[in-house]
Write a protein that binds this ligand. Structure first.
Ligand code: ZN
Length: 467
């Protein structure tokens, strides 16, 4: 162990060129040692380059540094268990909330399909977890993808179109493949073009950002395809009667199967073409002008495979009902789906409410304002949020508590500014569309997460949490 520690120290001293690996392989490098060596390389290089001008010698020095890093990585991976549990679903959101699990690994070896719960939340031959975000609009804001485990990057594929939808798909996606040792590999697929933050050979630690969610390759909706392999074969981390007896996650909550609303908005115009999801270029609003108006609204749903009734009520400011309608299920009932509706309503000034029931349960209660004229229509900042920080296998997860219908009084898409600080220093700052952000396992343990919601023009109040 001492020999390896001295390797790290010497690298910092910029004389790594003279250092050899220990002759014995009885002790393995630790992940932290590989990470420390790798992070010292830029300084070592800079110091060497100050005194060595020849391109050939500089190249040779850089090659030796990479080789040494690879040797340490190989040593660390040789001692990995190959069966480490996954701390969290490695995407910047919450599964069952803003993120939705559409497909698991197909556990049926034949032509049928089977998910861990003996159901059909998969398709034939699928090898991973497909977790969708709500729109390309969220993809543009950014939904980070993180490393689930420590390991070495084996492959990065980049540069491919990332707005594929429906059957308009392409064979090549953007992805990262991470090796956590002994056949424990992970594939992070369909990434946003140009978002990969790592390159082949890099050592990464769990919780580190690898890229952003996209819709590249064979992807019908913006999502992360996450394959996790043990002994080079895909496994499903969710436990269930038809899956593993024990969870492959350290802290993921069980998958909920109750119908829920993932997103809601009003609009003055029909949700046609790219105004609809997954693009969501619609003009969202929470304010209408008094008079007889077409009120359009859209509900994105999760776990919606069997809906038999819908009820729509418009409640006037005085509490009386302006509309009580049972329009029937006109959208495709499916695991993740959405419906759009239009009602012509005589709108009087004041605070109205829309109530939407699915199978007798009121899942949307959406206030909106009716004003006398166009001049009174004003943008308002997002509603306040609260945040919590939890530590899972050393990774700090900052999670926003948020109402998925009433995030913003104007039903704008909300983006979150996550700023992590420790000892007065910013250790990570990112703007993301999702309800969760992560700090790498090696980040300071006392980091504070500040979250500020914004609608692209106005910001709401900042919530803080420390874990
Ligand atoms: Zn997939």
């Amino acid at each position: 162990m001492r020999a390896l520690q001295s390797v790290v120290v010497l690298a910092v001293a910029a004389v790594a060129a003279t250092v050899a690996l220990p002759a014995t392989t009885a002790t393995c490098a630790t992940s932290d040692q590989v990470a420390a060596y790798q992070s010292a390389i830029p300084r070592a290089k800079a110091a060497y380059f100050r005194t060595h001008r020849q391109a050939r010698r500089r190249q040779a020095f850089a090659a030796r540094q990479s080789k040494q890093r690879d040797a340490l990585a190989t040593s660390a991976l040789a001692c990995a268990s190959g069966s480490a549990p996954l701390p969290f679903f490695p995407q910047g959101g919450v599964v069952g909330r803003d993120l939705y699990l559409t497909n698991t690994v197909d556990l049926d070896p034949g032509g049928g399909i089977r998910d861990p719960w003996c159901g059909g939340r998969t398709y034939d031959g699928h090898t991973g977890e497909d977790v969708v975000i709500r729109s390309f609009r969220e993809q543009r804001i950014g939904v980070p993808v993180f490393a689930a485990l420590d390991g070495q990057v084996r492959e990065v594929q980049e540069g491919n179109k990332d707005t594929n939808y429906g059957d308009q798909t392409l064979p090549w996606d953007n992805h990262v493949i991470l090796d956590a040792g002994h056949g424990q590999l992970q594939v992070y697929g369909h990434l946003r073009r140009g978002s990969a933050t790592v390159k082949r050979g890099d050592w990464v630690v769990a919780g580190q950002q690898l890229g952003l969610t996209g819709s590249s390759g064979n992807s019908s909706w913006p999502h992360l395809h996450f394959t996790t392999m043990r002994d080079f074969a895909p496994v499903d981390p969710w436990p269930g009667p038809c899956g593993a007896a024990e969870s492959g996650w350290t802290a993921e909550a069980p998958v909920d199967t109750d119908l829920y609303v993932r997103d809601f908005t009003f609009s003055r115009a029909a949700f046609s073409g790219h105004l609809d999801v997954p693009w969501d270029d619609a003009q969202r609003t929470g304010t209408f002008v008094a008079g007889r108006r077409d009120v359009h609204f859209r509900v994105e749903l999760g776990n919606a495979a069997s809906i038999s009734s819908v009820r729509v009520r418009f409640v006037r400011p005085d509490g009386s009902l302006a509309v009580d309608d049972a329009p029937g299920v006109t959208f495709r009932a499916w695991r993740q789906t959405w419906g759009t509706w239009r009602h012509a309503v005589d709108l009087s000034p004041g605070r109205w409410r829309l109530l939407v029931d699915f199978d007798g349960r009121t899942l949307v209660e959406a206030p909106f304002d009716v004003v006398a004229g166009e001049a009174q229509v004003a943008n308002r900042p997002p509603n306040p949020v609260t945040a919590t920080v939890a530590r899972v296998s050393g990774i700090a997860l900052c999670t926003v508590a948020q109402d998925l219908v009433r995030e913003d009084p104007d039903y704008d898409i909300v983006r979150y500014r996550y700023v992590w600080t420790s000892g007065g220093r910013v250790v990570r700052a990112v703007t993301a569309a999702g309800l969760r952000d992560a700090l790498p396992r090696t980040a300071p343990a006392d980091a504070t997460c500040s979250v500020t919601p914004g609608d692209g023009r106005l910001t709401g109040s900042t919530a803080r949490a420390t874990g």
